[in-house]
Design a binder for this molecule. Sequence first.
Ligand code: PMP
Ligand code: GLN
Length: 379
Amino acid sequence: LASKLPQVGTTIFTVMSSLAAELGAVNLGQGFPDFPMSDELVSLVSKAMREGHNQYAHMSGVAALREVLAAKIADLYGAIVSPDTQITITPGGTYAIYTALTTVLQPGDEVIVFEPAYDSYIPNIVINGAVPVRIDLHFPDYRIDWDRVRQKITPRTRMIMLNSPHNPTGAILRPEDMQQLRSIVEGTKIFIHSDEVYEHLIFDGIPHQSILRYPDLLERAFVSFSFGKVYHCTGWKLGYSVSSPTLMQEFRKVHQFNCFSCHTPSQVGLAEFLRDKTSYLSLGAFLQQKRDYFEKLMAGTKFTPLPSYGSYFQLYKYDRISDEPDKDFAIRITKEYGVASIPVSAFYQSGKDHRVVRFCFAKKQETLEKAAERLQKIK
Ligand code: PMP
Ligand code: GLN
């Protein structure tokens, strides 16, 4: 077989989660909560099943869910998007990203992607015959150097990929970033992919800079979201994509012959659940408390935190412990101290290593305490 992805191995999330499971380590690696999801949402989905919502949903998603999402988007970002023509429910955020890229990319197109990058982006570009044009985020604040972006644009640039709040760094886009982006794409045919799966997981009262706030950007953008990530049910693999009517029409052509439609009862339950705004407005404060608690516990270790403004991750430097490469360090700490993390070099195609690891703080208090207690033993 001639591999279509010869450079790709097994994702770091599977590697570290398997190691953690094998060794019985506390898993602060792969990003998933270990606390229960909303009992009310579970009840609403069970009710939907019992009431017989068990057949294929509409190809673009259950109408009531798309309607409640359009209302939420209007409320939070002041954007009027049509539930009929601009929102499609997908089996997860990862699928929404893949479908968006497949919808627009032609062989030889160039895609600007910032590293560290969520690990599905570059394989998604490559499998479509397009070319990733990688730009490093500025270390250690992980800001975008927009002058560098300007230098990298060519007549073949087809897309710019953004992610805020950012995985793995917890960095966020600011209004000035959006202005830079607007000035760069204006008058071009460049598309934008904006990964906003951590939309509500943003801290310290800072507003999320969604592409949906900017009609001139939305016109050329796909925005990907994940219910799994924000509602503590990553195993559901349910998300959605928002775009312009023209782009969404093309997106649905790809989607309808890939999975066609998604799990119906979850959509019916979510449609009901999302009517209450506190279901999402409370999420930032809830995760912020966990970030702060974990950071307090970690103050008793030799790790040094970098700021996390959103997502459910925080990066930690370990230069006061060792100068090992981050993969060796993460594996050794899992084996010797029983705490799994994610080495950040896995998010760079070049394997660039700033000697930082990512911890997921979306965990029960006792899990964070157990992890910190073990990490305190590292001298
Ligand atoms: N993008 C980013 C940045 C993520 O961290 C995740 C989380 N897995 C996803 C997309 C995918 O979300 P989902 O699990 O809904 O596919
Ligand atoms: N997004 C999750 C993380 O960054 C993992 C998702 C996955 O395993 N594909 O940890």
